[in-house]
Structure formats: C-alpha cells, structure tokens
Write a protein that binds this ligand. Structure first.
Ligand SMILES: Cc1cc2nc3c(=O)[nH]c(=O)nc-3n(C[C@H](O)[C@H](O)[C@H](O)COP(=O)(O)O)c2cc1C
Length: 122
C-alpha cells in the first residue's frame, strides 16, 4: 500500500492491461470484462493497519482493485495482508505469522477442492 492505494508500479501495470477493446468492452449496460474469471490472489503489505478496529487510515486499495479487476472480468479475488509492518518488529512478526497461517489454511483447502473437482471430472 502506498498513500492509501496501489503503488505506482502496479498502477502502471493496470494502465497497460486495462484497455478498451482489449480487456474490456463498453456496452449500453456498462463495461464488460473480456477475461475468463479465475482465482486471483492478492498480497498486500502496509506500514500501518488498514482494516479492523484499530485503523486510522482509509483503504482505497482494496475497493480499487475489486473495481478495476472486475472491469476486465476478474471477480474471484482473495486478499492476504501483512499490515502494520512499520509499527514495531513484534507487530511485523505477528502480521507475517498471521498471513502465513491464513495462506496455508486457504491453499490447503484450495488444493483439496481442486483435487476433488479433478477427481469428479475424470
Ligand atoms: C511512498 C510510500 C507510501 C506509503 N504509504 C502507506 C500508506 O498509505 N499506508 C500504509 O499503511 N503504509 C504506507 N507505506 C508503507 C508500506 O506500505 C510498507 O512499507 C509496506 O510494507 C511495503 O512497502 P514497499 O513497497 O516499500 O515494500 C508507504 C510506503 C511508501 C514508500
């Protein structure tokens, strides 16, 4: 997170990828994404906290990524965060451990579900 939103490098990538008649089209009902939806995993690192009760800053990053990736057809987003990296070494370690646990739990379930889907397909 940079200044409450995405860092400039990611914004530059978005501006190259999100292009009319390339990755979305304009219809009377609004913008229509050209990409097939698929799981997208987003890891967010931030110096302060940007969610939960002890938050003292706005989060334009999460809603922005939901809106812009949704524009090109990507709706199945999962966010992982290491927030509070600048608060203290202990806070950073705790945030890293929490994110590690969340990712391990999530991807274990994800792999099991994928295996089940594959088994059902054959
Ligand atoms: C230019 C800049 C702006 C930042 N803005 C925020 C911010 O708005 N909120 C926040 O929690 N952390 C902010 N940070 C801290 C980063 O989110 C933090 O260092 C994070 O761990 C990853 O930053 P990195 O891009 O330097 O690796 C900012 C850091 C930089 C360099």
């Amino acid at each position: 997170m940079h200044n409450f939103t995405v860092p400039v490098a990611l914004k530059a990538w978005i501006d190259h990828v999100v292009r009319v008649r390339r990755t979305f089209s304009v219809t009377p009902e609004g913008k229509l994404g050209a990409l097939r939806d698929r799981p997208v995993f987003i890891a967010v690192s931030s110096g302060g906290r940007f969610s939960g009760e002890r938050t003292h800053q706005p989060d334009f990053l999460t809603p922005y990524l939901r809106a812009i990736l949704g524009t090109i057809g990507l709706h199945d987003l999962t966010f992982f965060s290491v927030d509070g990296s600048a608060l203290s070494p202990d806070a950073l370690a705790a945030a890293r451990n929490k994110a590690d646990r969340e990712m391990q739990r999530f991807f274990l379930g994800f792999a099991l579900n994928s295996t089940t889907v594959l088994q059902q397909a054959v």
